[in-house]
Design a protein around this ligand. Structure first.
Ligand SMILES: [Zn+2]
Length: 221
């Protein structure tokens, strides 16, 4: 592990960083926080107006091209760097723990990735973020309830419009009883159009949860 990830800050390159941290304290402090978790009717919540029945929603960071946040997300998704996911999760957990409106959350559910992606990537990046959140929020993670279907080859070749029309079937709820009556916090890595989360919320609703809130690590501007 040490050979793959030298112990230097991804932001400024200093080796003065704490163990298991991808960034130095100064670069953590300079991350582009949205503060959305504390803002009612924030841009993330507005994305879902009329599309999904969401209790609360927010994102931790602004995601812009060629930024440190993009580097970190790439590290998490494609370089197996779990430290990034844990850090994002802990920061999100701290932001959420400070908000009264998130106090009722019972369970954390990471957005699943397909079985084929888990095989090639080794882990679900949203689940790593959820583990970081759990370290702060102390809530159980349910990661085997919501399942993402794998696209067959023929489906992959379909154009974007055809695939979007299939989005409502993107996920299915394997164990509805595990979420019945529960206040769910649904966790994703990067939120762009909200289409994936919208499909996930639709599947969760078939299990009659008390509410669904959304937390994403980053929001694409
Ligand atoms: Zn730094």
């Amino acid at each position: 592990m040490h050979l793959l990830y030298p112990q230097i800050c991804f932001g400024c390159g200093t080796d003065q960083i704490e163990k298991d941290m991808p960034l130095c304290p100064k670069c953590i402090q300079n991350l582009p926080l949205t503060d959305f978790f504390s803002i009612n009717e924030n841009p993330i919540e507005k994305i879902f107006w009329g599309r999904a029945d969401i209790q609360n929603a927010g994102a931790l960071l602004f995601f812009t091209k060629d930024s440190l946040v993009q580097t970190l997300i790439t590290q998490l998704k494609y370089h197996h760097n779990k430290k990034v996911g844990i850090l994002f999760g802990r920061l999100m957990g701290e932001a959420i723990a400070a908000e009264e409106k998130y106090k009722q959350v019972d369970i954390i559910i990471p957005i699943p990735i397909s079985a084929s992606k888990i095989n090639s990537r080794g882990f679900n990046q949203s689940e790593v973020i959820a583990i970081g959140m759990q370290q702060v929020l102390n809530k159980p993670i349910i990661s085997d309830g919501l399942i993402k279907r794998s696209w067959s080859n023929s489906q992959t070749k379909k154009n974007r419009k055809a695939r979007l029309q299939q989005l409502p079937d993107l996920f299915f709820l394997q164990k509805p009883t595990t979420i019945e009556g529960k206040h769910i916090l649904l966790v994703d890595d990067v939120l762009t159009t909200g289409a994936t989360l919208e499909a996930a919320v639709a599947s969760l609703m078939t299990g009659s949860p008390a509410s669904v809130s959304i937390a994403a690590a980053a929001y694409t501007l």
